[in-house]
Design a protein around this ligand. Structure first.
Ligand code: ATP
Ligand code: MG
Length: 409
């Protein structure tokens, strides 16, 4: 593997610099261009300002073999990327006949003649540049030569940018295998890191990055010379070292793993959620194909809802409290019965920041899994005072309990 060539990404738009939109394009582009032998060295967001953008592009196109911009290719006055690129490279722009032809049907939608003129600014192409055909929108991309390599102009909306980038990249030779993405749940990040490092002993040319989120640790294995088969064998030994906490080696989410495993086993699932408020069902229904697996869920937050919707006995709630082994079991059984599911999971806990007691501190969450063979409960003391982290981690635990029940691990 030869040394990666340097690349820069420039995202254009005042909505990005002013914090009204979050830049997701940079991350996608940086990831995708790696397999083609580029490494992003600089990434910058610039407002809709032609002179400021020209200055940035002038510098970056002298330094980097590849500069990619997104945004500012629309038809309005604040779309300045074409003009700034022309200034930076000291070249002109001219209308492209095939783009004029493509845009002409869109002119009819505008009654104002100035609007028509604006639409046609999208036909302007840098002198000598190659046109990348519009994808899901009307903005064309461009590829122009620069002092250090090439400048690629892409539209801002991710659904337009993505297919155009993919089609441009598909013409370049692939020099690196796609990174493998392993999912691990239920272990601290540092433990996962150490297991992964042990798993990689004897595997050369594999880079390691560990990324943690509440309840989920991703292990990325990067091709630094190992190639596709080398990465695959490294993934196998990392997965073996991590053990049953590793739920995926191909980038799947935990919920995807649950849906696939349940579908493969022909099992249906249901949920009874208190502190997770529907997050378990949301995660499952995010997965295409969830309908073959998920029958439904109940968000039973108040005690009355646990009693009325899940048939939790009032006496049991009074005796043990809502956050208890007994209530968790009764909730899971209630959901399993009312949906007629093979497996039901429940969550009931103290999400915080208030409401904790000495007995039941913030972060204490009870879970139960009910099946035809019985019901068993699990408790976690989630060590975070952050309500959203407690709920995210509780959701991951509930999904993992389903996964382990389905797979028998
Ligand atoms: P058009 O004006 O034709 O939609 P454009 O190329 O000019 O295309 P922009 O106007 O700059 O694109 O952006 C349109 C929308 O695309 C933004 O409001 C934003 O929602 C989204 N967008 C732009 N840049 C990014 C980015 N870097 N990451 C995520 N979304 C972005
Ligand atoms: Mg814009």
């Amino acid at each position: 593997v030869s040394a990666p060539k340097s690349a820069a990404i420039v995202t254009v738009g005042s909505e990005l610099t002013e914090g009204l939109r979050v830049d997701t394009n940079t991350a996608e582009i940086a990831r995708d261009i790696q397999h083609r032998g580029f490494r992003v060295v600089e990434a910058v967001s610039v407002g809709d300002d032609v002179a400021g953008l020209a200055l940035v592009l002038e510098r970056l196109t002298r330094v980097h073999a590849l500069v990619v911009t997104t945004g500012g290719l629309g038809p309005t006055h604040d779309d300045v990327t074409r003009e700034a690129a022309a200034m930076a490279l000291g070249i002109g722009v001219a209308p492209d006949p095939s783009l004029i032809e493509f845009l002409t049907p869109f002119l009819a939608r505008h009654s104002d003649p100035d609007a028509a003129e604006q639409v046609l600014t999208q036909a302007l192409v840098l002198s000598g540049a190659e046109v990348l055909a519009p994808t899901t929108g009307t903005a064309a991309g461009q590829v122009a030569a620069t002092p250090a390599g090439v400048l690629v102009l892409l539209p801002g909306p991710p659904r337009e940018m993505r297919p155009m980038l993919a089609s441009w990249l598909s013409r370049l030779p692939s020099v690196r295998a796609t990174a493998l993405d392993l999912g691990v749940t239920g272990l601290p990040e540092s433990d996962v890191q150490l297991s992964a490092q042990r798993g990689l002993l004897g595997h050369n040319g594999v880079g390691l990055t560990v990324l943690a989120r509440p309840g989920d640790v991703r292990v990325l294995l990067l091709d630094e010379g190992a190639g596709e088969s080398g990465l695959a064998s490294a993934a196998t030994s990392v997965a073996a070292e991590v053990g049953s906490a590793c739920y995926a080696t191909g980038g799947e989410t935990l919920a995807e793993t649950v849906v696939r495993a349940a579908a493969a086993a022909g099992l249906t699932v249901a949920a009874a959620e208190s502190c997770t408020g529907g997050m378990v069902c949301t995660a499952i229904t995010d997965v295409a194909g969830a309908s073959s697996v998920l029958l439904g869920g109940v968000v039973a937050y108040a005690n009355t809802a646990k009693i009325d919707l899940l048939a939790v006995p009032p006496g049991l709630l009074a005796q043990f409290g809502a956050v208890s082994e007994q209530t968790a079991c009764a909730m899971a059984q209630g959901a399993r019965d009312s949906f007629g599911a093979d497996i039901a999971v429940s969550t009931t806990g103290v999400a915080g920041p208030g409401g904790g007691t000495a007995d039941k501190p913030v972060g204490l969450v009870w879970f139960a899994v009910a099946t035809a063979h019985g019901t068993h409960a699990t408790v976690r003391q989630i060590s975070s005072a952050d309500r959203s982290a407690v709920r995210s981690r509780a959701t991951a635990v509930a999904l993992d309990l389903l996964r382990r029940e389905i797979l028998g691990v």
